[in-house]
Design a protein around this ligand. Sequence first.
Ligand SMILES: [Zn+2]
Length: 313
Amino acid sequence: MRHFSVALWLVAGLFGVACTRGTLPPSQQASEVRVNVVSTSSIIGDWARQVGGDGVGVVDLIPPGVDPHSFQPGARDIVSVADADLVLFVGLNLEGQWLRETITNVEAKGASHLAVGPLVEPMLASSEEERAPRAEAVLDPHFWMDPVRAKLAVLAIAEELAKVDPGHGDEYRDNAVAYSKKLDDLHQWINAELQDVPLSDRILVTSHDSLGYFSERYGFRVVGAIIPGISTERDPSASEMADLVDAIRLNDAKAIFVEAAVDDRMARRISEETGVPVVDGLRVGTLGPVDSDIGTYDGMMRRNVEIIVKALR
Ligand SMILES: [Zn+2]
């Protein structure tokens, strides 16, 4: 009987790890976790795990391969948020309207929350400016595609964890410094890989306008996007599609990069019309499954750069 229940517990534990990123075995949940963190984005969740170590349990709300712009939380997500000591999110309008209500509840119960995006020198969203110039500037939420900004985010997460759990503040800060060195390595590795792509060929066409930060950091030009905006929440108009075809021809783009979580039918139509191939597999909105090569921020960025370099060199 005893063996049976241990086996059952192990199976349940494995199942939990396979299905929910960041779920800890019951023993660890009860005794060792000091801080329960909920992150909307698995990318920010990965940073919180790197900085938090074993004493910080992290649950990500947006599952692998789900578009963060259209994600809606389920009942289980609401429970996770209710149990959280700290809620981390991107902000800059990445998350939907649901986040506002969530934050109100988090504040009401005295837990902490941190919008990471506004702390990392966010850029204006150029595609939004062109489409509908307005008095209020629209900021681009996809800051994590720049590893240098990622460092600012990681340090901010460490400081917030130190506020929630002051007894381990130095541990969080030390972890953040160690992980920042890893981000420096990533940035250097990306620069080295990109040496195979001449500046004149650093041209991107993407599913939506998600690579502004990456482009600015690494000398690319985004000449168009299938959905010409920083969200994926609308369909392109016929005239926008025609403009994109013109931009692809005029700039001699070599590839149309399609993101894993975004519908690729429009991209394939544009590809047929222009003869420019679709390149699959970019991941921008979420990490891959937790045990895959792209289950960490570092792994995701390296895979993205490999895909881009292979298509453009
Ligand atoms: Zn996006």
